[in-house]
Design a protein around this ligand. Structure first.
Ligand code: SDX
Length: 429
């Protein structure tokens, strides 16, 4: 509990609200009783000043450019461990022992296949459907196939649903890609690790053996780790809100995928690469910088800025390193698009408009270049983001479900609509 308090005074009447301190980060003012005692709501449309929950999973210090999962800095997790180790950490709160890791990896491996009839769902889509549309549809349909893991009040069923989603997302994503290019689905192989299995399902063809490039597999695994979780971002908040009504976990993750798709959020990696291609040559960079600053132009530099980071996104730095590793493995000495990205970053970070607004490259700025070098088409970038973020969504959903104080999320509003008026029959309008 706390003895710190905030006092609110309205028309000479005052009320005290408790202030709580977390283990790290800003204190919070508990306004749970605000409406009951004052008859007022707060107004915070983008939730820029609102803590929606009490969480132990991920900590971000936007001013210092720090990201940590269960206390472990993202740089260490991305460079020292693998994605499934970070999955275990997010879900269970500690790094696994070797025995726990082996068991967890096997559990995931045993759930990578889809129900045979799910394969038929894909053929209902047009071949040119955006793969994110397929992800929303097929992931939402999982609850139609796995009834035995939809009872959220049953801890075992929650665990089974969690394993199934982490394990099946790469298969669904790979099959969405294969379907879009008219190639046959490739089944998961139990002798491959998570990232290699995904690359194999995406790029192998029946006519020849697909050789896994270890540099590509390591880069893919690191990209998954960097995208795993990120506090209460828009898609995670969507999953929490959907879950607060008691919706089944598959439906909640499908809601998160839908939200991630937006270009202001997970869709920015696709938009950032498209923007770099549109810029085309370094000499056009000033034109785009000017457009980004023009209030009458809706254009924004995709891959720049962040609601929380007012410093460099630590994930962008790590991704930049992966980009160089992958391009090096491909023998690409100079990638014109990477050259434009590096030049754009250099110019933007010296421009007063960006400096004043603390606009730095975020995770989406470099991810597109790396993913394209790995062989993925642009419209698959956000799909890969959703594969990685599934564990974060599940960990946050699990924490919300297991919170004894959890209740359905139901915000209120400031109403500026019409006064009361009487119905007029249509012949008199
Ligand atoms: C992700 O929340 C998360 O954690 C998300 C994420 C995760 O892992 O889940 O990190 C993943 O979504 C990263 C962000 C990817 N999105 C983009 O790269 C799209 C481009 N960025 C912008 O749309 C924007 O920066 C946001 C949406 C990311 C953040 O916007 P905010 O916090 O609402 O900031 P704002 O719109 O209030 O902008 C503040 C000022 C404004 O100018 P002024 O009105 O003060 O004059 O900065 C300007 C904005 O116009 N601005 C930009 C800009 N981003 C903000 N100007 C040009 N280019 C940009 N990219």
């Amino acid at each position: 509990m706390t003895d710190k308090k905030a006092t609110l005074t309205i028309d000479g009447e005052s009320w005290d609200f408790p202030i709580y301190s977390g283990n790290m980060g800003p204190d919070v003012i508990d306004i749970t009783s605000l409406y009951k005692v004052t008859g007022h709501f707060t107004l915070d449309p983008g939730f820029t000043s609102t803590a929606s929950c009490d969480s132990e999973i991920t900590f971000i210090d936007g001013n210092k450019g720090v990201l940590a999962h269960r206390g472990y800095p993202i740089e260490q997790l991305a460079n020292e461990g693998d994605f499934l180790e970070t999955c275990y950490l997010l879900l269970y709160g500690d790094l696994p022992t070797q025995a726990q890791k082996t068991r967890f990896d096997n559990q995931i491996t045993q759930h990578t296949m889809l129900h045979d009839q799910m394969g038929k769902l894909f053929s209902g889509f047009r071949r040119d459907a955006h793969p994110m549309a397929i992800m929303v549809g097929v992931v939402g349909a999982l609850s139609a196939f796995y009834h035995d893991s939809t009872d959220i009040s049953d801890e075992h069923q929650r665990m089974v649903a969690s394993m199934r989603m982490i394990a099946k997302m790469p298969t669904i994503a790979a099959w969405a890609y294969k379907y879009s290019i008219g190639q046959p689905f490739v089944f998961p192989k139990n002798n491959l690790n998570y990232a290699s299995n995904f690359l194999h399902m995406c790029f192998a063809v029946p006519c020849e053996e697909y050789e896994i490039n270890p540099v590509f597999s390591r880069a893919m695994d690191r990209i998954f780790t960097l995208h795993a979780d990120h506090e209460q971002n828009a898609s995670t908040s969507t999953v929490r809100l959907a879950g607060s009504s008691g919706a089944n976990p598959f439906a909640c993750i499908a809601a998160g995928i839908a939200c991630l798709w937006g270009p202001a959020h997970g869709g920015a990696n696709e938009a950032a690469l498209n923007m770099l291609h549109e810029i085309g040559t370094p000499d056009r960079i000033p034109e785009f910088i000017a457009r980004a600053k023009d209030k009458d132009d809706p254009f924004r530099l995709m891959g720049f800025g962040h609601r929380v980071y007012k410093n460099y996104d630590p994930r962008a730095r790590i991704l930049q390193k992966s980009t160089h590793e992958v391009l090096g493995a491909l023998g690409i000495k100079d990638d014109p698009i990477l050259d434009i990205a590096l030049e754009l970053e250099k110019i933007a970070l010296t421009d007063d408009y960006f400096i004043k607004r603390n606009l730095y490259p975020n995770i989406d700025f470099y991810s597109g270049i790396t993913l394209k070098a790995l062989g993925f088409p642009t419209d698959m970038f956000t799909v890969l983001f959703s594969v990685a973020r599934t564990v974060g969504w599940i960990a946050q959903w699990k924490e919300m479900i297991e919170d004894p104080n959890q209740k359905i999320g139901r915000p209120r509003q400031l109403f500026n609509g019409s006064d009361f008026r009487d119905y007029v029959s249509i012949d008199k309008r």
